[in-house]
Ligand binder design. Sequence first.
Ligand code: NAD
Length: 233
Amino acid sequence: MQKPESIVVLTGAGISAESGIETFRSEDGLWANHPVEEVATPEGFARNPQLVYQFYNQRREQLLSKEINPNAAHSALAKFEHDFDGSFLLVTQNIDNLHERAGSQNVLHMHGELLKMRCLNSRMVFDIRESFDFDSHCQCCRSPGNLRPHVVWFGEMPFHMNQINIALEACDVFVAIGTSGNVYPASGFYQIAKLRKAHTVEFNLEQTGSTFDTHIYGKATETVPQYFKSLLD
Ligand code: NAD
């Protein structure tokens, strides 16, 4: 393969699994006890906001605990971005901040961020590290009941789609790491890249059923550093 000039990387919950954050489908994870319809849809939030606040408060608390740290796969992507002289975009479906903590710079969180909240009135976005709920007063309207997690729920439009599509159409390598390919529109990114004749590579523990040009199976902390080092050689 020729030395790539433009790379787009998509990451999913699998890249953070070895840091201790449960994936969407892990059997004993937080998600297992909370059906997505309850905690990750606008309808679920309207039905039982306290449950949704509690779910994201728990996840935020876990993310900020001493035990959760970026792993070798996050670090390998940050190092690659630093050393690569072409164009590099990291798109993540993850709402954690492990890519930034590893040193990645050009990161788009298409499904939002756990450490942000949004006012439903003004649409202003605020950083948040503590718990918040229906009774919390927002900084702009100073009244309770207007704040929600700044995450994209099922049925809502992901963020940064224009910028992502432009990068996908211009890339010569597209890499997907630790994503099941079950969540649209991220599941279709490799097809957009393929239309532009990009080389497509998937990293996962197991087969996902998607037809990438190359499939690399194994733990992301072992496979990802090796691959990105070889791209620079
Ligand atoms: P998913 O849970 O549907 O799939 C995770 C994939 O990662 C699976 O295919 C699994 O085989 C693979 N995987 C697990 N451990 C791995 C490892 N060590 N190395 C390589 N691959 C591994 O996740 P998804 O496709 O990202 O979609 C789920 C949705 O849930 C996303 O929208 C995401 O926003 C959200 N989510 C985010 C987080 C997070 O922020 N860390 C965690 C859970 C879910």
